[in-house]
Design a binder for this molecule. Structure first.
Ligand code: HEC
Length: 171
C-alpha cells in the first residue's frame, strides 16, 4: 500500500512537470518578447521582399511547420534592399533594422519570426541581432532571451547576408 502511494505520487509529479514544461512555450509575451510582438504587429512603413505581399510556399530550408511565409523590412532595414526589393549582396543592416517573417498555414498571420538589429540591447547576440519568435495571439514561441540559440546555426549557413536567407531561398 505504502509503495503504491509513493509510485502514484511520483507519477503525479511527473505529469505536473511535463504539463508545466509544455505550458512554458505558450506564456503571454512580456518584456523583450512583447516589445518585438508590438513592433511586428505594426505594418505601416514596411517594404515587402521583392515588393510583394503575396504568401510564398515555405522553402526546403525553412525551419518551421507553417506552409506559407512572407517577409517585410521597416524603413531602416529597407535601406539594405535594392530596387527589386531584394537584400543587397553586401548588406550590413544598421541599428534599428526590423525584419519580420510572417508565418501562416492559411492567409492570416499565426507567428512572427523577427530579426531586430540593436547592438546595445541586452538580448542581442554577438552580431547585434535580437531574435524574436512570437505568436499573433500574444504568446511566446521561443523567447528572445535565448539570443537566437535555436536560430543562428541555420542562419549562418553559406550565402547568408548578415544572417538573411530570403535571397538564397527565394532568388
Ligand atoms: C532550419 C533552418 C532555420 C532555422 C532553425 C531558423 N530559420 Fe529563419 N529562415 C530560414 C530560411 C531558409 C529562411 C528564408 C525563408 C524561408 O524559406 O523560410 C528564413 C528566414 C527568416 C527570416 C526572414 C529574413 C531572412 O531573409 O532570413 C527571419 C526574420 C527569420 N528567419 C527568423 C528566424 C528566427 C527568429 C529563428 C529562430 C527562432 C529562425 N529563423 C530559425 C531558415 C531557418
Amino acid at each position: 500500500m505504502k509503495s503504491n502511494t509513493i509510485i502514484w505520487a511520483a507519477f503525479t509529479l511527473a505529469i505536473v512537470a511535463i504539463t508545466l514544461q509544455a505550458c512554458k512555450k505558450d506564456e503571454p509575451a512580456e518584456g523583450i518578447d512583447l516589445e518585438l510582438l508590438n513592433m511586428s504587429q505594426e505594418t505601416s512603413g514596411f517594404t515587402w521582399y521583392k515588393n510583394s505581399d503575396a504568401w510564398l510556399p515555405k522553402s526546403a530550408g525553412s525551419g518551421h511547420n507553417y506552409t506559407s511565409l512572407r517577409t517585410r523590412y521597416n524603413t531602416t532595414a529597407a535601406t539594405q534592399l535594392d530596387g527589386d526589393g531584394k537584400v543587397l549582396a553586401n548588406a550590413s543592416f544598421p541599428d534599428g533594422s526590423l525584419v519580420v517573417k510572417e508565418l501562416s498555414s492559411g492567409t492570416s498571420v499565426e507567428r512572427y519570426a523577427i530579426l531586430y538589429k540593436m547592438s546595445n540591447n541586452e538580448h542581442a547576440d554577438a552580431n547585434g541581432w535580437v531574435w524574436g519568435y512570437v505568436n499573433s495571439d500574444g504568446t511566446v514561441a521561443t523567447t528572445a532571451e535565448d539570443k537566437g540559440a535555436i536560430c543562428t546555426g541555420c542562419h549562418l549557413q553559406s550565402d547568408n547576408i548578415d544572417y538573411m536567407l530570403m535571397n538564397k531561398f527565394f532568388p
